[in-house]
Design a protein around this ligand. Structure first.
Ligand code: SF4
Length: 434
């Protein structure tokens, strides 16, 4: 029975690359090293609600068709539409993302990723202030102060702390957890906060106040800091600033508690400035705790191909980018798209009601291994192989390190990359014939 070592878990942005997988009769029968979330993806994929066949909606019902028929129907929708939204693409390979960008350019669509509703604001902040960062390997080997701000890796990235951060042992951090100071800043005492040396509880939406106060103290202006900041007594803020300044190597890991709370991208902008300030005293870096396993990869591929990381509008024949105007929700709430292609995402479950209502009115093409609420409003449904299990491909970890995901078992499903290629070819054929 084949035992595959060093497989990559394609679930969260940690992209653990030390998974051992046993395969028997083309089924995964044993997983070693994965956390409970990763395990559920590798083994649970056989139990989930898989889309068994391509489907087209006829008289209100989704009926099974061949891949060729589904691709032709999808291509016809794209060719006959004027304002197409292409959304998702963060739980698939970089190769599929590249193909999706080519298709968006061919059809003059807007292409946006799930980052727009999670870490997108930190991409905006990075454009203004930069993003001083490091690899997770450097952090494992060097960081003696780890800060988790607005994130809860115990539940969202279960192996992060043992592989790369608080609990891991590295070259200069051989004592592991005992040699590191762990700080958690959050609005409630999460399970991650329970493990911290210092838990700083702040008032909801007040992250910017605390970051600004820390910057003032780090820059020698503690006199301007009031007696309480973000609900935290000044003495605690001073102590936290000292911990950061006196570290040998600080990493601030930040989550959606920072990027999606009040002040949004200004929070990321301010964290970046705080990191720059700290670098006058010590070595400091920041990393976003990315959720979807390849949301970082979408940003990388989109940036090198178009110059922009998300919300890219090809309607003018060249890439135009203005989040707030060209984001998926911006367009849907304005009822602008007349068709949508949704891949590896579920706006039907996660978008605001007004956006979903508009999606339900227009032709929707769905590409996904699994049925989800978006399937209920889709007109063409194209099932795909699961990358990292049934197909190989490239993904970027949260620290922007690229990793090659392996194919572990055979499948009858086409890959996202193949589907997008076929769709682009069919669109070109239809346009030539038009
Ligand atoms: Fe998979 Fe994330 Fe768990 Fe690692 S931490 S095994 S990448 S789900």
């Amino acid at each position: 029975m084949p035992v595959i070592k060093d497989a990559v878990c394609s679930l969260c942005g940690s992209l653990c690359d030390d998974i051992t997988v046993t395969v028997e009769d083309n089924k995964i029968t044993k997983i070693e090293n994965a956390c409970i979330l990763g395990h559920s993806k590798f083994v649970g994929m056989f139990e989930h609600d898989r889309i068994e066949t391509p489907m087209i909606r006829k008289d209100g019902e989704l009926v099974p068709v061949s891949y060729e028929e589904a691709i032709e129907a999808a291509a016809k929708i794209l060719v006959n539409s004027r304002r197409i939204l292409s959304y998702g693409w963060c739980s698939t390979s970089c190769e599929a993302v590249s193909g999706a960008i080519e298709l968006a350019e061919e059809t003059g669509s807007v292409i946006d990723s799930t980052a727009n509703v999670c870490h997108g604001p930190s991409a905006l902040a990075a454009q203004e202030k930069g993003s001083p960062s490091a690899s997770l390997g450097e952090i494992k080997n060097r960081a003696d102060v780890i800060v988790f701000w607005g994130c809860n890796p115990v539940h969202a990235h279960p192996r992060h702390m043992s592989r790369y951060s608080s609990f891991s042992k590295g070259f200069f951090t051989e004592k592991g957890r005992k040699g590191r100071t762990m700080v958690v800043i959050d609005v409630r005492k999460t399970d991650t906060a329970k493990l911290a040396d210092n838990y700083v509880e702040i008032e909801q939406g007040s992250d910017l106040l605390l970051i600004t106060a820390l910057r003032s103290i780090v820059n020698g202006h503690e006199d301007v800091v009031p007696e309480t900041v973000a609900g935290v007594p000044k003495a605690e803020v001073l102590e936290l600033a000292e911990t950061l300044k006196n570290a040998k190597f600080v990493c601030i890991f930040f989550g959606m508690g920072v990027t999606q709370s009040r002040s949004k991208y200004k929070n990321g902008d301010a964290v970046s400035s705080l990191i720059s300030d700290l670098n006058q005293h010590t070595k400091a870096v920041m990393i976003g705790m990315r959720g979807h396993y390849n949301v970082t990869g979408f940003g990388q591929v989109a940036t090198w191909e178009t110059g922009f990381p998300m919300a890219i509008d090809f309607a003018r024949g060249y890439p135009y980018y203005n989040p707030g105007e060209t984001g998926a929700n911006d367009l849907l709430v304005r009822e602008e798209p007349d068709a949508a292609i949704i891949a590896a995402a579920d706006p039907g479950a996660h978008f605001p009601q007004k956006a979903v209502r508009h999606l339900a009115k227009i032709p929707v093409i769905q590409i996904d291994p699994y049925a989800n609420p978006t399937t209920e409003i889709a007109d063409v449904v194209i099932p795909s192989a699961i990358v990292g299990i049934e197909a190989e491909g490239t993904a970027y970890r949260m620290d922007a390190i690229s990793l090659r995901m392996k194919k572990l078992i055979d499948t009858r499903f086409k890959t996202d990359e193949e589907i997008v290629k076929d769709l682009t070819a069919k669109v070109r054929e239809l346009k030539r014939g038009a």
